[in-house]
Design a binder for this molecule. Structure first.
Ligand code: AP5
Ligand code: MG
Length: 184
């Protein structure tokens, strides 16, 4: 059963590859960004609380993020497999994921990171911003999301490399090529 975490910068293809891996391995794809955007669209209490953080490209505080995600992971039927996209994003969240794994007897089999040059990431997101409406796909917000990733999330790769479950994949080329590399 696949239990994978996707840790990669904005635009690297977490959502694109996460969906495909989830289909291939028959597990749910859980994207924290998608879960949060769904709350914003519903105008729920948590949606209203997180909207401004997302709009400016900052991380949503853990006290809002963690209960939402844990609700999906643990729910009435705890998930035995999943592709988790966009969590953990900080050392605190990595610790939370670790504690949750210990408490539920679940280990992660793979942390997948996708490597894409910064200029290509910006191009992809600017292109998406012109096609789909995501309020954080403006050039200023893309830059801030990149800075937040470099400061808070990228250091996690070292942590997972040390735990020998990090799989580093070249995220450039076609979507099919990237999927093939991950599966290999
Ligand atoms: P989130 O939704 O996770 O956004 P992100 O990390 O900025 O990443 P994206 O979703 O923009 O990109 P992606 O890596 O999924 O790439 P995609 O496949 O879409 O988070 C949004 C916000 O929510 C955060 O800023 C934060 O506020 C909050 N949040 C989320 N998780 C949180 C957490 N754990 N803690 C606190 N806050 C949290 O691809 C991008 C584009 O490129 C698409 O148009 C796609 O079609 C295209 N593309 C994909 N692959 C290729 C390819 N191989 N070649 C060419 N184009 C490609
Ligand atoms: Mg995404």
């Amino acid at each position: 059963m696949l239990r994978a975490l996707l840790v990669a910068p904005p635009g690297a293809g977490k959502g694109t590859q996460g969906e495909r891996l989830a289909d291939i391995y028959g597990v749910p794809h859980l994207s924290t960004g998608e879960l949060l955007r769904a709350e914003v669209a519903k105008r729920s209490k948590i949606g209203l609380d997180v909207e401004s953080f997302m709009h400016r490209g900052d991380l949503v505080p853990d006290e809002l993020m963690a209960p939402l995600l844990l609700g999906y992971l643990t729910g009435p039927e705890p998930l035995s497999g999943f592709v988790l996209d966009g969590f953990p994003r900080t050392a605190e969240q990595a610790e939370l994921a670790h504690q949750w794994g210990l408490a539920s007897g679940i280990t992660f089999n793979a942390v997948i990171s996708l490597d894409v040059p910064a200029e290509e990431l910006v191009e992809r997101l600017v292109r998406r911003g012109s096609e789909v409406s995501r309020s954080d796909d403006t050039i200023e917000t893309i830059r801030l999301r990149q800075q937040v990733y470099a400061k808070s999330t990228e250091p996690l790769l070292e942590y997972y490399r040390g735990r020998v479950i990090l799989i580093e994949v070249d995220g450039t080329g076609t979507v099919d090529e990237v999927t093939r590399r991950i599966r290999e």
